[in-house]
Every structure is written in C-alpha cells, then in structure tokens.
Write a protein that binds this ligand. Sequence first.
Ligand SMILES: [Zn+2]
Length: 244
Amino acid sequence: MKIFATCMECQKELGLPSFEPIIADYYEEPVAIIECSRGHKSAFMLQSQKFEILLESAANALLEGYTLEAASTLSSAYERFFEFAINVLCSKQNVNEEELKRTFKYVSKQSERQIGAFLFLYLFEFGETYEINKKLIEFRNKVVHKGYIPTPKEVESFGDRVYLEIFAITQKLKEKCNEDIQKVITASLLERSQKLPTDMPRATSTGTMFFSLSQAEQKSSFTEAMLSYKVAQKMFLEAVPYMN
Ligand SMILES: [Zn+2]
C-alpha cells in the first residue's frame, strides 16, 4: 500500500512545511518508515482502521482492472468492518479492552462468528435487527472459494452493496457512539506507536482517502467515493513534480 507523506522533522527544523513529496510503502502494520533527502528517518503512522485500508486497496485494484482482487478485498473490508463495529459497540458498553481482545480471539478465525457477535451488539444498542444481505455472502463465496473472476460491472455492484452497508452502519455509530469511534481509533494509534523504536520520531496521518472516518462526512455511495478518489489521486500525482 502507498501513502503520500512529507517530512515533519524538516518542518520542525525549518519552521515551515517541507514540500518534498515522499510516496511511502506500508503493509500490514499501517506505519510507513520514511527518509527525506536531508537524512531524517521517521515513522508515518496512519490512523486508518483495517477496513478503510482494505476499501482503498480494493479501489486501487479495481482501477487497475484486477477484478478478482478487488472483489475479494472488498469482502475482507466488509468482514473487518464488523470487527471495527464490534470494538465500537463494546467500547460503548465500557467493556475492558484487554478482555475484549481475549474474547475476540475465540471468534477471530471465523467471520460468521464475528457477524453473529455484531448482530447481537447491534440489537442491544439500536433495539432492532440488522438485516444481513445474503446476496453479498453468496457473491463473496463465489469469488473467494471458487476463484470466480468477476467483470468490472459485477465488482462495482458488489462494491456498491458492501459500501452501502458500511456507510449506513457508520452513520448510525456516528450518531450514537461517536466518542467510542474516537476511542477505538486512539487505542489503535497507541498500539501502533508502542511497536515503534522509542527514539524514532513519528507523525500521524489521517490515512486513507477512499473512505476516511477522519472526515466529517463520508461519500454516500461506492460510485461517488470512486469518482472522488480518482480526482484526488490525479491531483496528487500532478502536484508531485511541482513540489519536487
Ligand atoms: Zn526531513
């Protein structure tokens, strides 16, 4: 995965933003280790949740024409979103973080169990049944288990449905558990920062652009999010030569 970064150490030394653009790589741990031309080495931490990163990865795969990868990544994003929602809903119930981690281990390898946990937490918080979209699961199984290679149109329609669910639940969580969303994000940043060498300077980034909890409003559909992502990407790429 790639993230656009600038050196915060230069900014501290020079007292003004560094315009040297750095496109940095990150993988499972959403932290990019960057080195600027003046030799500063620092860690650039994303505050994005796993599902946000996977959504962006799926968008990139779709833009490149890798439909199988886009579809399977979308379905992973959908599953990791439920994990995020479980964390937020448990935080709302003042569940101890360490205990939650211990319990989650029992469901971490089976997404059906996680969806089960989500369904009851959702019922508890909102007093209504969350209707699971069975078509999503069927399509996911076809792609993940049978290696079905979908057309871009099929991925878009799958992406639409996945996105709509994520968007709708996010809106509900923002309404009733906004403080807990922030708590979950802060806790994951703290965990990321604790894994870094203590003497390494670090900066935090809002992270992904495709879907970002750090923005006040999220795009309401997959199509809209794709369009705005394409525009943002183009703008960045066009700005890089000027910044250099
Ligand atoms: Zn620097």
